[in-house]
Write a protein that binds this ligand. Sequence first.
Ligand code: PFF
Length: 455
Amino acid sequence: MAGSSQHAQWSSRWAFLMAAVGSAVGLGNIWKFPYVAGQGGGGAFVLVYLICAFMIGAPCLIAELSLGRRGQMSPVNSMTKIASEEGRSKAWSLLGWSGIVGAFIIISFYSLVGGWVLAYIGKAAMGFTGWTAATSESTFNSFIAEPFEPIVYHFLFMAITVGIVARGVQGGLEKAVEVLMPALFIILILLVVYSGVTGNFDAAIKFLFEPNFHKLTVNNILSAMGLAFFSLSLAMGSMMTYGSYLPKSVNIPRSAFIITASDSMVALLAGLAIFPIVFGYPGLEASKGPGLVFVTLPIAFGQMPGGTIVGPLFFALLGVAAITSSISLLEPAVSYMEERMGWNRIKTTATMGFAAFALGIFSSLGQEGNVLANVHIFGLSIMDLKDYIASNILMPIGAMFMMIFVGWFVSRKAMMEELAIQDKSFRVWYFLVRYVCPIAIAVIFANIIYATITG
Ligand code: PFF
């Protein structure tokens, strides 16, 4: 990307795609998808997730990238600008705000989990030889129960993110992502093969792909939808900001499809790498929660030939994937503060990064066995609560209003111009954005509210 000024542009279509895929593919696919799908009971959950990603997520991604490219500014100012161009209320800028707030909440715990990944690079280099499910589980549990160590890694992760964002997301990173993302993909495939051969592949396939609808509650549907939004980096201003650096020549619908497809593919591969281990070794549970990837994969690395090389490499690449997402979480707030306060980029980035780091400390202390483990709000730990607010409330509601805005408050002509696709494809997208997606999201929420009221 060529700097951060309002008219900056990606150096090429490829650079944009890599950055957008980099934003989408991250901890959401490899850490969050397997554990949330595990808690959601597998099959039916995965199906709902995929439907949400392609039917709601992809159309929304097209809308968000188009708004960014039309607005050419940070999310708040882009929304204000487009709303006034279309003769609409300035209140639409609230959408930009909810993105900035949501992204800030997410990065505060995202960076903590990114820190866990960094810590595991070191652990993997020492070797996981001889680790059983029990050793793996107890090592992870005692690590997250430590009051200081995870916070040090959380700081390190945030410092790397700040360092990159402060410099502008240019040059080196674009280049690095082009090589490292495909490398992560290859290692994931290797892992799928290895854990497929040594673990229980049949059980994993059954668990992930055999829909068992009786396990599906409305809350599960909401989590699957929230996960799809999280994984595609939607409604948090990230994609809008990236869209604002996008040259007119780039075909947004095609890019959105490539982003959605590669993102879902990585999530499924992660599931296929992890669940054969879950079902192949006694003592592991699919519904284990946020520690799932950290407990299962070390067992595979400990046994495979060359595990002391593949293990650290995997965690290092996962760290890179996480950083290419976290920079996109920090960028919207930074670009807004630059426009609004006229602060310089380094000061803005450091301030925002430090504030998110401070907020993230509570997520660490709230882990099981840690000093704030007893703090539960609405029955959720601090990290789960933040995730719930961002993924299950701010993202779906933000996405719904964004689609309502694009579908009903921006002129059809403007959108046709922005998308430049065939009339028929446009009509399909427009129908999804105007009716199907907002109604689907509203119906899910209505059900949640009804279920909550009736207990
Ligand atoms: N999509 C990222 C992931 O799956 O890890 C996380 C993320 C990035 C969420 C940017 C939201 C966002 F705006």
